[in-house]
Design a binder for this molecule. Structure first.
Ligand SMILES: [Zn+2]
Length: 541
C-alpha cells in the first residue's frame, strides 16, 4: 500500500481526520507541482492535466474500497420504532448521510439507511434527498409506479412534527390523472420515456462543433481577430447547447435507465467539459428549484434576502429606486451566470454546504477529489493548453476571447431559464422564513405541488422544432416540471396530453407564441417590479 493510501485508510473510520489529511495531501502535491512549473521542468498544462487525472483516479479508488471501507454506523432505528417517534425537521436533518439516512414523505419519517445501496434510482439521488421533507421529489421522481410507496412503508419510524420549508397541499387528483395519462401515452406509443440515444444523436454535433470553434478561436494560426471572436461566440453557444440538452436530462435521471448513464453524461458535460459541478447543480436545481419553483425563501434561483438583491422579482421585496432601471441593467448582467456557477460551487456548496436557502448534505472525500479534478481539467483545456501549448493567442486577446465565449454561454442559459419562470405570466409564492425560528409549520401553500408547477412555469413556441432544439425543450417548461424524469425529446408529444388534463381541472396551461413574446413578458415583469407599489399580477395586454 502507498503512503497516501495508508494515511487515507487510517483516517477513514473517523470522518474528522479526513479533511486534515486531505488538506495536507493537496498542499504537498500542489507544492511539488508549483515547484515543477516555476522551474519549468514540466509544462504547466501537463502538471494540471496529470493532477486532474490523479485526483479522479484516487476518487475511483476510494469508491472501490482500495484504501479501506468506511465503517458503517448503524442508526438506532429499532429504538425509534418502539417509541413511535415524533420528529422535528432538525432531527431528520441530522440523519443526512449514507450511514444514517432519514427522509420525510407525506408527514411520515423513514429510516432508509438499509436502502441506500439498493435504491433502483441510484445512490446519489437518494443521498441528495435525505435529511429533508421530500414528498414532492418522491412523487415526481416515481410518477408511473406505485411500487416505491410500498417499499418505503417498510422503513417508517415515526412522523414529522415541524417543517423547514412550507409544504404544498395534498394532490387533489390532478397529478395522479396527469401521470396516468402520460403513462398511457407511452404505453400506446411503445416509446421509452428515458431513451438516451436521441440525445446522443442531437448533441454529438454540438460537441464536435464546439471543439472546432474552440480550435479556431484559440489555437488556429494566422486567423483574423474578428474571425476569432465569431468563433468564440459560436463556441459559447455550442457549450450551452449540451447543458440545456444532455446535462439537464442527466441531472433529472431522464437519459437512460441507470445511474451510470446519468453520472457519466452529466459529469462529462457539466464538470469535465464545462468546469462546473453536477453535485452543486443538483442541489440547486433538482432539490431546490424544482420543488420550490418561484417560492421566494426556498427557490435558490430567486433572491434570498428581502432587501439588497440587485433583482426585485416579488412584491414582498423591499423596493429601492435603483429597481426602476432593473429591466435595463439586469439582462446584460445575465452573461456572468456561467462564470458565477464555476465559483459558487466552491465558495458555497463545497465550503459552506448551502445553496441559497437549500442545505447541502455532507460531501464525500471522493466528491471533493472529483471537484478538484474537473476544475483542474477545465483550467487545463480552456486556459493552459491554448496559452502554453498552442501559444498562438496570448494576454489581452486571450482574456477577451475567453470572456466573450463565457458570456455567450451565460446569456444562452440565463435567458432560457428566466423566460420560463420570471414573467408577467408566472405566479410567485412567498415563504416567510422569519417563522422558521418558531419551529412551527411556516406555511402550507394554497396549491398542491403539481398545480403550483403549472402556475409558475411558462411554455412558448409550441410546435417549433428549432425552439425545442435550441432551448433543450425548455419551451415545454410545464411538462418538464411535472415530469422531470421523462426525456425532453418527448415533451412536444406529451404536452397535448397534459394540456387536456389541465383543462379538466380548470388549470390554465400558459403558452406564449414565441421566444420573443416570452422575452417581452420577462422584461415587462422586471419593469413592473421596478415600480414601487406595482402589483405582481400584471398580465400581458
Ligand atoms: Zn429541470
Amino acid at each position: 500500500m502507498t503512503a497516501a493510501g495508508a494515511v487515507l485508510r487510517a483516517s477513514r473510520p473517523n470522518g474528522r481526520g479526513v479533511w486534515l489529511d486531505r488538506r495536507a495531501a493537496f498542499a504537498a502535491a500542489t507544492a511539488v507541482a508549483a515547484a515543477a512549473a516555476v522551474t519549468r521542468a514540466v509544462p504547466l498544462w501537463a502538471i494540471t492535466g496529470v493532477w486532474a487525472l490523479a485526483a479522479e483516479a484516487v476518487a475511483w479508488g476510494l469508491d472501490a474500497g482500495l484504501f479501506g471501507r468506511v465503517k458503517q454506523v448503524r442508526s438506532p432505528r429499532e429504538a425509534f420504532v418502539k417509541a413511535d417517534g415524533v420528529f422535528t425537521w432538525e432531527q431528520v436533518a441530522a440523519h443526512n448521510t449514507a450511514e444514517s439516512a432519514w427522509i420525510a414523505i407525506h408527514g411520515n419519517v423513514y429510516d432508509v439507511t438499509a436502502f441506500v445501496d439498493s435504491h433502483p434510482g441510484g445512490r446519489e439521488l437518494l443521498l441528495l434527498s435525505i435529511g429533508r421533507e421530500a414528498t414532492d421529489l418522491f412523487v415526481s421522481y416515481h410518477p408511473f409506479t406505485a411500487k416505491p410507496a410500498a417499499v418505503l412503508a417498510k422503513y417508517k419510524i415515526g412522523t414529522l412534527a415541524t417543517l423547514e420549508h412550507p409544504v404544498y397541499k395534498a394532490d387533489s387528483g390532478f397529478y395522479k390523472e396527469a401521470a396516468a395519462a402520460v403513462a398511457a401515452h407511452f404505453e400506446a406509443t411503445g416509446k421509452d420515456a428515458k431513451n438516451p440515444y436521441t440525445g446522443l444523436v442531437r448533441m454529438a454535433p454540438a460537441y464536435a462543433l464546439a471543439l472546432v470553434f474552440f480550435y479556431l478561436a484559440f489555437c488556429a494560426d494566422g486567423l483574423h481577430a474578428a474571425a476569432r471572436f465569431a468563433a468564440a461566440i459560436a463556441f459559447g453557444v455550442c457549450q450551452g447547447l449540451p447543458l440545456t440538452g444532455w446535462m439537464h436530462d442527466a441531472s433529472h435521471a431522464s437519459i437512460g435507465h441507470s445511474e451510470a448513464w446519468w453520472w457519466t453524461v452529466g459529469r462529462a458535460s457539466l464538470d469535465w467539459f464545462s468546469g462546473s459541478s453536477m453535485l452543486s447543480w443538483r442541489n440547486q436545481h433538482v432539490i431546490g428549484h424544482h420543488v420550490y419553483t418561484n417560492v421566494m425563501g426556498a427557490d435558490p434561483d430567486l433572491p434570498v434576502a428581502l432587501s439588497g438583491d440587485p433583482r426585485r422579482l416579488l412584491p414582498q421585496q423591499v423596493w429601492a429606486s435603483m429597481y426602476k432601471y432593473q429591466h435595463i441593467y439586469l439582462p446584460p448582467l445575465y452573461g456572468i451566470l456561467g462564470l458565477k456557477s464555476r465559483v459558487q460551487d466552491i465558495a458555497e456548496v463545497f465550503s459552506k454546504h448551502t445553496n441559497g436557502p437549500i442545505r447541502v448534505n455532507p460531501i464525500s472525500t471522493q466528491d471533493y477529489l472529483r471537484q478538484a479534478a474537473t476544475k483542474l481539467f477545465w483550467l487545463t483545456w480552456r486556459v493552459a493548453l491554448p496559452l502554453y501549448a498552442a501559444g498562438i493567442v496570448r494576454g489581452g486577446l486571450f482574456a477577451a476571447l475567453f470572456f466573450v465565449a463565457e458570456f455567450t454561454t451565460g446569456y444562452w442559459l440565463a435567458f432560457n431559464f428566466q423566460v420560463s419562470h420570471v414573467s408577467t405570466e408566472a405566479d410567485f409564492l412567498f415563504a416567510d422564513q422569519t417563522k422558521r425560528a418558531s419551529k412551527e409549520c411556516p406555511a402550507v401553500f394554497e396549491d398542491e405541488w403539481a398545480a403550483a408547477q403549472v402556475r409558475t412555469s411558462i411554455d412558448y413556441a409550441h410546435g417549433s422544432p428549432l425552439a425545442a432544439y435550441l432551448s433543450g425543450c425548455l419551451n415545454y417548461q410545464v411538462v418538464h416540471h411535472l415530469f422531470p424524469t421523462v426525456s425532453q425529446y418527448h415533451y412536444p408529444a406529451v404536452a397535448p396530453v397534459v394540456i387536456e388534463v389541465c383543462k379538466r381541472h380548470g388549470l390554465e396551461y400558459k403558452v406564449l407564441p414565441s421566444f420573443g413574446a416570452a422575452i417581452g413578458a420577462h422584461v415587462r415583469h422586471l419593469k413592473a417590479m421596478g415600480v414601487a407599489g406595482q402589483p405582481a399580477e400584471l398580465k400581458l395586454e
